[in-house]
Write a protein that binds this ligand. Structure first.
Ligand code: ZN
Length: 131
């Protein structure tokens, strides 16, 4: 199961504010159904309960390319260097949490991807190798 959380969404059409389930984390070896949506940047589809307007949220998703030692953070908003550095620090603080994570971290590459085209290429490569 993908890692999910709840977030507040303000409808672009009628301005109604509602809670929606969003995906924060995807494991490619388990979440096959999400591959297609992810490749088109439509992983986080939400719908306004009031006016039925559908939106695709532009939020970051962490993607685990298991069994490759690669973790990708897709964040369309991380074009700024400061944002990317912040993600990097967060990742380092997570893997610095204990020895086991540190060991995993030393064997795992962490990449930040901001462009959906780049993410598509990476997922296509993954599907070819493991699909
Ligand atoms: Zn609405």
């Amino acid at each position: 199961m993908p890692g999910q959380s709840s977030t507040e969404v303000k409808c672009v059409k009628c301005k109604h504010v509602y809670d929606a389930e969003v995906i924060d984390h995807i494991d490619l070896s388990e979440d096959h159904d999400l591959l297609k949506n992810l490749r088109t940047g439509k992983a986080n589809r939400v719908q306004c309960p009031k006016c039925r307007k559908v939106e695709y949220l532009n939020r970051s998703i962490v993607i685990n390319f298991e069994p490759e030692n690669l973790i990708v953070m897709y964040d369309p908003a991380a074009r700024k260097k400061a944002v990317r550095e912040n993600h990097m620090r967060e990742y380092e603080s997570v893997i610095g949490f204990n020895e086991t994570l540190e060991e995993i971290g030393s064997e795992t590459e962490f990449k930040i991807v901001t462009k959906i085209e780049k993410l598509k290429d990476m997922i296509s490569g993954y599907v070819k190798a493991h699909g």
